[in-house]
Design a protein around this ligand. Structure first.
Ligand SMILES: O=C[C@H](O)COP(=O)(O)O
Length: 312
């Protein structure tokens, strides 16, 4: 189901103030919370795997590297470990690549049903004329992308130009056609939590299916305080419209502990519906290795040698 969006409603956030110390305090408690932690840790790690957008966004990406990544997306955890846990058919949520790598990814994923996400709109800075950014979206869709991860114009946020932000996002949404859209806010560039919340509102009003923290290329990428602010705007948007928008933290998530912390955030702030790949993705290039290590430890009681785990 995709988000049809709403008109631009500035009054939903014009008086918005954020108590930063309170947000930071609340975020700091999340990694230690018990709700999802100990008992079912392996199950939560498996759930994180099915929500990963397994990503390669490097200048030296090649079709071969993308094919290896896709093989990992199809079989993210060693078969013997999954057998031991009685789990079958586990894949990552998607594979995320640059537009010219969409076709190799589609080929490698075949009929696995795993979606291909493409970044577009002049990733990662987005500083290109709008018609070229829209053309890039259409190219990626034409190549077979199922999901498009766009970047916003940070200047629109920094200048409080909400109508311009809304209009560009609407045009991007339109260019996506049937593909689902993730709006990357690049929160590390937005200067304040108020700006993060306001940009989140506008992105949802303009019809984003997920809002995403970061490109992985900003100086500061996904953090728990920023994520808390974003998921609370998702909650607010849902309360006002009945529409469920997804969340994608991305950039710098590398450990199984990170995967648990962000799932605790989703469960506590939004509820269990937001723990499925339709509404939750983790954008990560190097998280899977640590998750596999922890699952291996869970199954065998010891840590596997690094060479046993395929590169994620
Ligand atoms: O969208 C995904 C990010 O580029 C991933 O960032 P990462 O390489 O820090 O995991």
């Amino acid at each position: 189901m995709s988000n049809p969006g709403t008109d631009l409603n500035l009054d939903w956030f014009s008086g918005l103030r954020i108590n930063t110390p309170a947000v930071e305090r609340r975020a700091a408690t999340l990694p230690a919370r018990r709700s999802l932690k100990k008992d079912h840790q392996a199950a939560w790690l498996l759930n994180a795997v099915r929500c990963i957008d397994l990503t390669t966004l490097a200048g030296d990406d090649t079709p071969d590297r993308v094919a290896r990544l896709c093989a990992k997306a199809r079989q993210p955890i060693a078969a013997d470990l999954l057998d031991a846990m009685g789990v079958a058919g586990l894949t990552t949520g998607a594979v995320c690549v640059y537009p010219t790598m969409v076709a190799p990814a589609k080929r490698a994923l075949g009929n696995s049903g795993i979606p291909v996400a493409s970044v577009a709109t002049g990733f990662s800075a987005g500083l290109m004329p709008l018609d070229l950014r829209l053309a890039e979206i259409r190219y990626a869709v034409d190549q077979g992308a199922d999901e498009i991860d766009i970047v916003i114009t940070r200047a629109h946020v920094l200048q409080g130009n909400w109508a311009a932000l809304y209009d560009e996002l609407r045009a991007m949404r339109e260019a996506c056609g049937a593909a689902r859209m993730k709006a990357i806010l690049a929160t590390g560039d937005l200067k304040s939590l108020e700006n993060v919340a306001k940009a989140s509102h506008v992105a949802m009003q303009a019809g984003s299916d997920w809002i995403k923290t970061s490109t992985g290329k900003e100086g500061v990428n996904a953090t728990l305080p920023v994520s808390l602010v974003m998921v609370r705007t998702i909650r607010d948007f849902h309360a006002r419209t009945g529409i469920k928008v997804g969340f994608k933290p991305a950039g710098g998530l590398r450990t199984a502990k990170d995967a648990i912390s962000w799932q605790v955030l989703m469960a506590e702030e939004l509820g269990r519906d937001w723990l499925a790949p339709d509404l939750f993705r983790i954008g990560a290039s190097s998280l899977l290795g640590d998750i596999e290590r922890q699952i291996s430890h869970h199954v065998t009681g010891r840590y596997a040698a690094a060479h046993r785990q395929a590169i994620a």
